[in-house]
Design a protein around this ligand. Structure first.
Ligand SMILES: *[C@@H]1O[C@H](CO)[C@@H](O)[C@H](O)[C@H]1NC(C)=O
Ligand SMILES: *[C@@H]1O[C@H](CO)[C@@H](O)[C@H](O)[C@H]1NC(C)=O
Ligand SMILES: *[C@@H]1O[C@H](CO)[C@@H](O)[C@H](O)[C@H]1NC(C)=O
Ligand SMILES: *[C@@H]1O[C@H](CO)[C@@H](O)[C@H](O)[C@H]1NC(C)=O
Length: 257
């Protein structure tokens, strides 16, 4: 009698703890392992972020803080799904004033978690979110984001960063990945004493491929000089040959004369 009550209680606790926070730990698998989830549902976040972008800086933060595992677990194992805002590499290199360099590892981790919502949102869903005000992120607590929908363009505000969704990298339930223009800086770390925004230089909104080809071209640049060097030296040899022939010919003509 008593035993069965305890048994039921502990089972309930197990259920509660595993469902409430599936992300905190891999649930203890006491029951025989279920058949593996159907493969097509699996979205490999690392792979997606490696191929798209370039998002290398953000991906490196996700890896170094192990937040990538939290996100992947949420994508794999929850009904809620996940929405991730990924800044391009350029957003990190443009980050001057409050920089990430002075943050502790824990704070870096919070910043990484701050870039995701523990729920799948399609772009159309943000209209709703803009009415709810502060939206909780994966970082929890005061780490909230505000959304506004301007006739289809989703704007995001963290207080410090005001940016927008510039493209959808992936948006199929349960995983949404949206590219954003800026790194999202939380007030919970940087405080609310936000300096007045210096009149933003009218950045060309659409600067396609402004930053992507330059990186790749550094590779080809390093290889091209040797190519052209080879070419010019063989050209020199060729012209010496012509000169020599000319000299011989001239010499021959002189002999005949
Ligand atoms: C996900 O993709 C990364 C990079 O392509 C790869 O290294 C990793 O093994 C993949 N993980 C799984 C579980 O397939
Ligand atoms: C997610 O699912 C893939 C494929 O089933 C698996 O290889 C990977 O280990 C899982 N990762 C997490 C964090 O659950
Ligand atoms: C927006 O919110 C309303 C009411 O809360 C809900 O009925 C509707 O399904 C929501 N729409 C989306 C796109 O989530
Ligand atoms: C977010 O919205 C709430 C409620 O409208 C507001 O009080 C708060 O100041 C906003 N925060 C930011 C960072 O815009």
């Amino acid at each position: 009698m008593e035993f069965s009550v305890i048994f039921i209680l502990s089972n309930t606790l197990l259920l509660l703890s595993s469902s409430a926070f599936a992300k905190t730990a891999s649930p203890p698998s006491l029951s025989p392992t279920p058949a593996p989830a159907p493969a097509p549902d699996f979205v490999n976040l690392t792979q997606l972020l490696t191929v798209a972008g370039p998002f290398h800086t953000f991906l490196n933060y996700l890896k170094s803080t192990k937040v990538i595992e939290t996100f992947q677990n949420q994508a794999n194992n929850t009904e809620e799904g996940i929405t991730i805002f990924v800044p391009k590499d350029k957003a990190f290199s443009d980050l001057k004033k409050p920089s990430l360099s002075k943050l502790t590892n824990d704070q870096i981790k919070q910043v990484a978690l701050f870039h995701a919502l523990p729920h799948f949102y399609s772009l159309a869903d943000f209209k709703n979110l803009s009415e709810t005000g502060s939206t909780p992120t994966f970082a929890g607590g005061d780490y909230t984001l505000n959304f506004t929908d301007d006739s289809g363009t989703v704007h995001i505000s963290s207080g410090w960063s005001i940016t927008k969704v510039t493209s959808a990298v992936h948006s199929t339930d349960p995983v949404a990945i949206y590219q954003v223009d800026k790194v999202l800086l939380p007030e919970a770390i940087f405080g609310t004493d936000i300096p007045p925004v210096p009149a933003p230089a009218p950045t060309p909104d659409i600067a396609p491929a402004a930053d992507s080809p330059t990186q790749q071209s550094s590779d080809s640049r390093s290889s091209s000089p040797s190519l052209s060097h080879d070419f010019s030296s063989s050209y020199k040899i060729m012209s010496y040959g012509i000169l020599a022939n000319l000299a011989l010919a001239t010499f021959g003509v002189m002999l005949i004369l």
